[in-house]
Design a binder for this molecule. Sequence first.
Ligand code: ZN
Length: 502
Amino acid sequence: MMKKYFTYILLLGFPLFGSQSRVAGQSGYQQSWKLLEHENELLAFDADIQLSESEKILDQKLFQLRKQLLTDTEKQKISLFNSSFNEIKPLIESSKLFSVIQEMPKGGLLHTHSGGVTDIKWLITAARKYKECYVYDHEDHDQFIFGQLAFFEKGKVPEGFVSLDQKLVSNPDFEKKLQELLTLKRDRLCNYTDYWIEFEKRFKRISLLLPYRPFFKEYYLKGFQDLVKDKVQHVEIRFIFDELYDFQHGKYPLKTSITDLQDVLKEVHKTDPRFSLQLIYSSFKFFDPQNIDKQLDIAFKLKKEFPDMISGFDLVADEAAGNSIYSFQESWTKLNGLAKKYGVEMPLFLHAGESNSVFNKNVLDLALLNNQRIGHGLNLVYFPKAMELIKKQDKLVEVSPVSNQILGYVSDMRNHPARVLLSNGVQCSINSDDPSVYGYEGLSYDFWVAFVYWELDVKALKKLVFNSVNYSSLNENKKREAVAYLNRQWDDFIRKTNRELN
Ligand SMILES: [Zn+2]
């Protein structure tokens, strides 16, 4: 009996001290819990950010704004988590949180495309001013599709095309129809659409418009001005090179796109001297390896001539339909030789893992190639070893939340895989991919979505914003200047917003 008693004391403590040991036990549990919580926080992508006192104050205010927004939507029985971006867009625009995020400096937009950067409503208004602009008014056909825009010389207009301006004058409703034909919406999360087919049709409808040299310049000037307005100071465009043309001279060499963009930049610099631009030479995943070799050669030639304008190389298109990155392995092995031949490096910025399938293994290549940033990386979370390597190699994932929902990869934004990446310490930035095709401009919508659905705080916002400059392709000097400028803008934003939100 006595022995049993001593065993009891040894195991559970003397009964007189029972209450004390229970407290000690609880406190041990609490300590372990706190430690585990802290260890998790240390793994997060923003663990190195220390907020200032005024940033902490703003953090509290934004937390309250989001809480209020969620309470209000709850009261109005708005199904925030089961609604498409298109359904909640008016709600986003009317929220106080949105006006705060619009004022937030965004740093760089690292992932957008040449055909998706400029507002569609503006595009229609600008295009109709050209008397040589036409729209295809017949049903879809092998060569042209309904609503396709193009420039033609008088007397050389193919059958089926009518003057855009005349069409809009005689049928004012057509403007709305054309807007719909040029934008892709996921109206309701449960509707069926073959998103990539519809997505590519949007690009086809403007593909003959953009290479027309006078229009080309206008298009990018407007796109850059809208980015500046949304507090974006740097942009890197996945750029599909086309020969520009006009009717006086015919076709121009490829590099005219670059020199014209440099002229456009000069125009932007008159009002915003800090704005910077780089191009990622982009080709298509559905090309064969021989064609990709040719594309790489062109990209190297352009980069040799314009080292500060061309940052790298990418392949785009629906990953489920195109070739795998692995299938171009021979092309990738030639990169070192080409770098020696041309005297410039060609880092890759591949789209990879824009998929929900484990059978798409494109993310594996990224850890093995000189691939500095990853476009999307949605299924990276299913390849933990690759994810670990990408984290170790300090490569950034360019996340585009709105695009991912519209193209059908994510429905409830709370379940976006980027949350797993962020909490595992994989560096990310926020991007808009093809905002004009999705019916919006700028980067604020994507930040709003990330802030609300991923329960971010100011620490996370700050890290995402600064990542977009730190992982940009700017050279060291320009990057230092860009970070210093961003720091000033950021401090201003904190000060002003704290003053405004009482
Ligand atoms: Zn993209």
